[in-house]
Write a protein that binds this ligand. Structure first.
Ligand SMILES: [Zn+2]
Ligand SMILES: [Zn+2]
Length: 151
């Protein structure tokens, strides 16, 4: 881990050194304090920089939580790039899903049209086969008409 020249104590402005002879702490209020200045936190309860209560603090080291470590990432631009990639990746898959749904909807529409067409053909065939029973044929025709109107 290279030295990040911006990491300093929020109270005395001491910079973190490569040798890390002085320990630094990351506070829950997102302030940073060096070990000597931690003595001014009223036993780790109040931040002397922002005066907010401290719910937790951890030593600046590799065993910090993932979330805390992210704040100290050496290449925030790289993080941004990764976020962009994740965004594009997720967007691509969402679009694909939408496309599939739209396609399925289109297929349903075509099936409905086909069903209506078949219904009409059945009515026509029945009419041709039974020219004497006009009322029956007419009622089927009316039903088919209602089916088309319902859509
Ligand atoms: Zn300090
Ligand atoms: Zn603070």
């Amino acid at each position: 881990m290279s030295t990040r020249r911006w990491i300093h104590c929020g109270l005395c402005s001491a910079l973190i050194t490569a040798s890390k002879e002085t320990k630094f702490y990351h506070l829950s209020c997102l302030d940073i304090l060096c070990r000597p200045c931690m003595g001014k936190t009223n036993r780790g309860t109040t931040c002397p920089v922002c005066n907010n209560p401290i719910s937790h603090f951890s030593e600046l080291c590799n065993s910090m939580s993932r979330r805390e470590k992210m704040l100290y990432h050496a290449f925030p631009a790289g993080l941004f790039q990764m976020s962009c990639q994740a965004l594009l990746f997720q967007q691509k898959h969402r679009q694909r899903l939408v496309h599939t749904i739209l396609k399925a909807r289109d297929t349903m529409k075509r099936l409905d049209a086909l069903e209506t067409q078949i219904q009409q053909q059945i009515v026509q065939t029945q009419r041709r086969k039974t020219p004497g029973s006009e009322p029956n044929g007419e009622s089927i025709s009316l039903n088919a008409h209602r089916l088309v109107e319902g859509n």
